[in-house]
Design a protein around this ligand. Structure first.
Ligand code: XMP
Length: 176
């Protein structure tokens, strides 16, 4: 079996959305925030969005949180756990979580509860992609790059079996 990737959003389209998202986030009026980037899939999205936010005059600290979903075959039994924790103190701080894709919502729900329990003053959520109608837990993103159909996508940080993260565009994985 061989794979190919059918482009969905080009590098230029992504770049435009990143600038628009940064402007929206800056409109919140928060001058300083702690970014919590969820590994691994969000590393490219985060790199682009933090630089766009800097252009909008927002001062940032950047942290990385590694979460993994595990469990047996049934989706509803999946649990999220911390595989790499962050170091920055977030008590009383305005936090923005950056994630690659909002699908069932389990990952963001877990991250958001964790950061609230750790004393964040406010928590907002920015995702590059969201798949609507897939939520098994109730969570919404405040800032969304693109809403996509329920297809498996790769590129721009997203992988299939560890590959394709480096692609500058987002595409649908096709297996032949
Ligand atoms: P939940 O279900 O917790 O999942 O919202 C978010 C995580 O699921 C992975 N995911 C994908 N990864 N292409 C990918 O490469 C996809 O189409 C896709 N859909 C979900 C991803 O790790 C994300 O952080």
């Amino acid at each position: 079996m061989s794979d190919s990737v059918k482009p969905l959003y080009s590098e230029a389209e992504i770049g435009e959305r990143i600038i628009a998202m940064a402007k929206d986030i800056a409109k919140s009026g928060k001058k300083e925030m702690v970014v919590v980037s969820l590994l691994k899939g969000s590393f490219i999205f985060t790199a682009d969005l933090v630089r766009a936010l800097s252009d909008c005059g927002v001062r940032l600290q950047v942290e990385f949180l590694g979460l993994s979903s595990y469990g047996n075959s049934t989706q509803s039994s999946k649990k999220v756990s911390i595989v790499q924790d962050m170091k920055t103190e977030i008590v009383g701080k305005d936090v923005i979580i950056m994630d690659d894709i909002l699908d069932t919502g389990r990952t963001l729900h877990f991250a958001s509860n964790l950061l609230r329990d750790r004393g964040a003053k406010s928590i907002s959520v920015a995702v590059m992609l969201e798949k609507p109608g897939k939520r098994v837990v109730s969570i919404d993103a405040d800032y969304i790059g693109f809403t996509i159909p329920d297809r498996f996508v790769v590129g721009y940080g997203l992988d299939y079996a560890g590959f394709y993260r480096e692609l500058p565009f987002i595409g649908v994985l096709q297996q032949h």
